[in-house]
Write a protein that binds this ligand. Structure first.
Ligand code: ACO
Length: 330
């Protein structure tokens, strides 16, 4: 029996914020945002929505496509840095919403690399203990628009909200390869200050002072992050391809984390991937952090652009610093 991706699902909130809308909020321009980031619009959660709500809809869509219900799941892993609460975990809330009483659930925090880290963890659970864990729901969900300073043009133009879900499971009818062909994951905690949410945790609990000092907003050193993102995604992608003995021309799709079109272009160029191989939706979504790769995968699957046996290279980078790549067999 092989471990396969049984289905994907995704959800983005209805409200769309365009660059023209942002022009009215901060000193920016559609031209600057488009040329420096590739973003034209992004989705914003409704005031009553939280990450678990987005994750639940993505999960329900994936379950429906797989012909499963919450009762069929053995574990739920939610990758997010914008949980509803510090605790209970967002995964616990999703479990309640989809009636997955038999699943054990936890969140993982790896910023924009979250989905890749969670796919590796979900795969390892099934691989190590297939008699107990047969089906694992992995979700990347993020509402970064809840932690940006809407008066700071350096960050508020970059992010969007969304969720992407992937159901991993043992396929009894399939003796082919596992979905995970090769991976390469990394962390460099010495660069933790390049991207962070300074307050709200045990280091600096919320006080009137932390609010006044805008310490509950994303802090990002854009240029340094940019350089590290390109190097990390290129090196990890090369390592995963080498481990698999696969050349980039034999990959059907390359899906880089959707942070900035210039980062995506630089990574694609260095890997030697053609424009036809590289999937992007950053123009419509902005940076949805841990959700971005899951949303891309689901869009491709929904559009019928993924066939059984297609090789897909996914690569991500985020705060931590965290980064990695994974070669998938669809
Ligand atoms: N509109 C107009 N001007 C702007 C804007 C804006 N929205 N934002 C910045 N500028 C200005 C700056 O103030 C600066 O002006 P100055 O020269 O007068 O000082 C100028 O544009 C250039 O700023 P840079 O920061 O050098 O612009 P850069 O080309 O580096 O682009 C960006 C900035 C888009 C943030 C880029 O560095 C980037 O994408 N970095 C990576 C971000 C990323 O990948 N994050 C992912 C992780 S997120 C996570 O893990 C949660």
């Amino acid at each position: 029996m092989s471990i396969r991706i049984l289905a994907t699902g995704s959800y983005v909130p209805e409200r769309i914020l365009s660059n023209a809308d942002l022009e009215k909020m901060v000193d920016t321009s559609d031209e600057w945002i488009r040329t420096r980031t590739g973003i034209q619009s992004r989705h914003l959660g409704a005031p009553e929505q939280a990450s678990s709500d987005l994750a639940t809809i993505a999960a329900e869509r994936a379950l429906q496509k797989a012909g499963l219900t919450g009762k069929d799941l053995d574990a739920i892993l939610v990758a997010t840095i914008t949980p509803d609460h510090a605790f209970p975990s967002t995964a616990c809330l999703v479990q309640k919403n989809i009636g997955a009483a038999g699943a054990f659930c936890f969140d993982m925090a790896a910023a924009c690399s979250g989905l890749i880290y969670a796919l590796q963890t979900g795969y390892s659970l099934i691989k190590a203990t297939p008699s107990i864990y047969r089906r694992v729901l992995v979700i990347g969900v993020e509402m970064p628009t809840r932690m940006v300073d809407w008066t700071n043009r350096n960050t508020c133009v970059l992010f969007g909200d969304g969720a992407g879900a992937v159901i991993l499971g043992l396929d009894e009818a399939d003796n082919g390869p596992d979905f995970l062909v090769a991976s390469d994951l990394h962390t460099d905690g010495t660069l933790c200050d390049l991207l962070k949410l300074p307050a709200g945790g045990s280091r600096a609990p919320a006080t009137a002072e932390t609010v006044a000092n805008k310490m509950h907003y994303i802090h990002m050193e854009g240029r340094e992050v940019f350089k590290n993102a390109v190097a990390g995604m290129v090196n990890s992608s090369r390592a995963a391809l080498e481990r698999a003995g696969v050349k980039v021309e034999d990959v059907r799709w390359v899906i880089p984390h959707q942070a900035n079109i210039r980062i995506i272009d630089a990574v694609s160029q260095r890997l030697g991937a053609t424009a036809e191989q590289v999937y992007t939706n950053i123009d419509r979504m902005g940076n949805t952090s841990a959700a971005s790769i899951g949303i891309c995968l689901d869009e491709l699957a929904e559009a019928g652009k993924l066939s059984s046996g297609d090789r897909v290279l996914i690569t991500a980078f985020g705060g931590g610093l965290t980064w990695g790549a994974m070669l998938i067999c669809w």
